[in-house]
Ligand binder design. Structure first.
Ligand code: RIB
Length: 296
């Protein structure tokens, strides 16, 4: 069982031909709501790929909360450990133009997940093969998860987004950290090559269409990106993380797992919404076979 500890949001999405400049109003093309949140997205990505997965998180007492939980159930994510907190659910306001997005994430109930709640779920977390985290939770809750997983020897994969909540002190507690190029520069302040060399087999830097860069303890490896038809990149990173975890729990080696995750992310951007394009295992395997990438 994979356990995702993280956010569940309702994404409210406005589509337009261009982003407004400061003080400008632009005419939009479409408006939609869709389930999102980095934690929920990662959990759905795992479930689509056939993994048993549960989400530990908190939704609000509003109608979005009910919709978020109903969607997770529909997607075969175990919601037994999602609790309700008074007030509104997490919401992300997403501005979407062709192939690009800007997001404001309002934590709402996601910030009601406390270290005490994590302590109550010690046996649930301890029975997990892998824990996945992002940073849309309070920092003391993040710390409580890291310390508990360290004590219980449960590996943790962290996506350091939003990067403003990342602390370098997390590093010894992590099995994998998966920043994108921008986050990597913000967090470490050194070149990608130097940074991955400092954290071999731990720091996996996602480079969008250019793939992933990491250090395998001997040399830097670039796992190439996969060409994609881009409709909406929202949730591509979450798909990458979910797919990576799904391969790691099946015992895949790191390079193959990264390639599989790259392929999954490339497929996910072909449809609208963070979760809309997340592929099944069969879809990813078909594309992996077509590409015939050779692991070193
Ligand atoms: O990673 C994409 C997600 O970030 C969106 O679904 C949005 O909810 C924000 O949390």
């Amino acid at each position: 069982m994979i356990t995702v500890i993280g956010s569940a949001n309702m994404d409210v999405i406005a589509q337009a031909d261009k982003f407004p400049l400061q003080g400008e109003t632009v005419r939009g093309k479409d408006f939609q709501t869709a389930p999102g949140g980095k934690g929920a997205n990662q959990a759905v990505a795992c479930a689509r790929l056939g993994q048993k997965v549960q989400l530990i998180g908190t939704t609000g007492t509003d109608s979005f909360g009910e919709m978020i939980v109903a969607n997770l159930r529909d997607q075969q994510v175990d919601t037994s450990y999602i609790t309700q907190a008074d007030g509104s659910s997490g919401v992300a306001v997403i501005l979407l133009t062709e192939g690009d997005n800007r997001i404001i994430s309002i934590p709402g109930a996601n910030h009601a997940l406390t270290p005490e709640r994590i302590g109550e779920l010690k046996s649930v977390i301890g029975a997990s093969q892998l824990v996945m985290m992002q940073l849309e939770l309070p920092i003391d809750t993040v710390w409580s998860v890291l310390e508990l997983c360290n004590e219980l020897e449960v590996p943790v994969v962290m996506d350091p987004a939003p990067s403003s909540s990342f602390q370098l002190e997390y590093m010894p507690y992590l099995h994998y950290l998966t920043p994108n190029e921008t986050e990597c520069a913000q967090l470490f302040g050194t070149s990608i090559e130097e940074t991955v060399t400092n954290y071999p087999n731990k720091l996996l830097v996602t480079l969008g269409k250019d793939g992933v860069c990491y250090h395998d303890q001997e040399k830097i490896i670039y796992v190439p990106g996969v060409p994609a038809q881009v409709v909406d990149t929202t949730g591509a990173g979450d798909t990458f993380n979910g797919a990576l975890a799904s391969q790691l729990v099946q015992g895949s080696n790191l390079q193959s797992a990264i390639h599989f995750a790259n392929v999954a992310a490339s497929l996910s951007v072909g449809k609208f919404g963070a979760q809309g394009g997340m592929p099944t295992a069969q879809e990813v395997v078909k594309k992996v076979e077509q590409l015939a990438y050779r692991v070193e």
